[in-house]
Design a binder for this molecule. Structure first.
Ligand code: PEP
Ligand code: MN
Length: 299
């Protein structure tokens, strides 16, 4: 058992504990304050060839953080559950090739050291948000943590989960709204835009949006991504690939690289009008937000 940490005067996540926005750095990317960051890539590492093609395409578009799961939490034990350590080695090679930073999920306490050796940002998935031993183990190492909201967790439960990481000594936590379980079957989850605005008030930690798992539908991803950043999100994590149709995991919600370019244009616009900067390693072309969000026919 870990010793119970001393209770601070105010929760460490709170604006009372720290008024200014925390800015979390991941490679060249920044999340929080005046910085809007982008994480993109396939759901899972499926093969070296697919991963490197995606990493190259993302790097060409200025994306600074590559996402891809080597350890995949799957609802059915018979589905593809990732390549494990071999996948981590491919991710490390993708970083060497492109300079892009790596975001990948850690499922278990026993894997923290291994994943932290290869990744720049350690993702806790929705199913593990209240895995307290995992949160404490992540608090004791020095990589930043991406904490996804449990699919049926309240905002306060998300903040308390973040507190576990902070109280164990790691101040670099990015929160992620990824949609919650609701009554609506047309989308995979219900994106809780309220949560983005509420969290901005309650915590100095950056909050990003995952429009891919929230919607489950690639064509809805641009609108939700851009809307979330307009509402104050400090970035997005998006499933994007050169070949969504060939993906073994989550292909239906994965956008292609052309759509990603449109999303980046829209995000750049929204970041600019809110006095923030979208972190891309390349200057990006002028945006056309209306077309991105409402389709080619929009005025
Ligand atoms: C993911 O981002 O790969 C993932 C599994 O997401 P979530 O935990 O939000 O379902
Ligand atoms: Mn996925």
């Amino acid at each position: 058992m870990n010793p119970t940490p001393h209770r601070p005067a105010h929760p460490l996540f709170s604006r009372d504990a720290r008024a200014d926005d925390t800015v979390v750095r991941v490679g060249a990317a920044r999340f929080g304050g005046a910085h809007v960051g982008v994480i993109a890539g396939p759901c899972a590492v499926e093969s070296a060839a697919r991963l490197f093609a995606d990493a190259d395409a993302l790097e060409e578009r200025g994306v600074q953080v590559l996402r891809a799961g080597a350890f995949k939490p799957r609802t059915s034990p018979y589905d593809f559950r990732g390549l494990g350590e071999a996948g981590l080695l491919m991710l490390a090679e993708a970083r060497t090739r492109t300079g892009i930073a790596i975001c990948t999920e850690v499922l278990a306490v026993d894997d923290v050291e291994l994943v932290a050796r290869h990744a720049d940002l350690l993702q806790v998935g929705t199913r593990n948000m209240q895995n307290f031993p995992l949160l404490e183990a992540l608090g004791r190492q020095d990589r930043p943590v991406l904490l996804k909201r449990g699919m049926a967790s309240t905002i306060d439960e998300l903040l308390s989960a973040a507190e576990y990481v902070l109280a164990a000594g790691n101040p670099n936590v990015i929160l992620c709204e990824r949609g919650v379980r609701g009554f609506e079957p047309r989308t995979r989850a219900m994106f809780d835009l309220n949560a983005v605005a509420v969290l901005r008030q309650l915590t100095h930690l950056p909050v990003i949006a995952d429009p891919s798992h929230a919607t489950g539908i690639a064509s809805l991803v641009p609108a939700v991504a851009i809307g979330a950043v307009a509402a104050g999100a400090s970035g997005v994590i998006i499933e994007a690939s050169c070949d969504p149709a060939g993906a073994e995991v989550d292909g239906a919600q994965t956008i292609d690289m052309g759509t990603l370019e449109d999303v980046l244009d829209g995000l750049q616009c929204v970041a600019a009008v809110s006095g923030r900067t979208l972190g891309l390693s390349l200057p990006h072309s002028d945006a056309d937000t209306a077309r991105v969000m409402y389709g080619a026919g929009a005025a």
